[in-house]
Structure formats: C-alpha cells, structure tokens
Design a protein around this ligand. Structure first.
Ligand code: ZN
Length: 102
C-alpha cells in the first residue's frame, strides 16, 4: 500500500473517533451537531434548524485525543474523573460526578 493512502486512512479514523465523542443531537430535528471543545460550555445552535442546543451538562467519555483537545481548548475549568469498570468506588462516585456537571 502506498504510504499516502495509509496516512489518509489514519486521518479518517481519527476524525471519526473525534466526531463520535463530542456530538450533540438536536432535540427538535435530530440533526447531529459537532461541538468544538472550546464551545462545550456555551449554548449553541443547530446547524440545520437553528434550534438552541443547551450547553454541555453531562460527563463526556473521551479518548486520549479528545481529552487533549478539551483540556487545551476549554474556556472553563474541566473536571476529569479517571475511572474503571472494575473499580467499585469509581462506580459509586460516577453519579456524584454527573450531579456536579449539571
Ligand atoms: Zn435542529
């Protein structure tokens, strides 16, 4: 495989990881809107119908790339909860983290 093709594929997979993570679905038309990390705390508008998209108020599961981007670009303090499925105290803390986000 030529190197150029390989690099393009890698680029696409990064983009799709990114777009899965910070997507808000419009409540009125169902359009998926990609929200830049620097705007997550603000009210936005749906690209399709211009309905209001509320500011992010729930924990977001992130991969490393999205984490880096949010921490670098967010204009509000970011609370990071490191947790694991197998960790009982982590799972007990999760609802509290969610409450804080709201
Ligand atoms: Zn909409």
């Amino acid at each position: 495989m030529p190197l150029g093709a390989h690099a393009r594929n890698a680029h696409y997979s990064l983009l799709s990881v990114w777009s899965e993570n910070v997507i808000r679905v419009c409540q009125s038309c169902g359009q998926k809107n990609r929200i830049p990390p620097s705007r997550l705390h603000q009210v936005g508008y749906c690209g399709a119908c211009k309905a209001e998209l509320s500011a992010n108020n729930a924990p977001i599961d992130v991969d490393q790339q999205t984490f880096d981007q949010i921490v670098k670009e967010a204009q509000v303090p970011v609370l990071v909860d490191f947790w694991a499925d197998w960790c009982a105290p982590c799972r007990m803390a999760a609802p509290e983290v969610k409450k804080l986000a709201e």
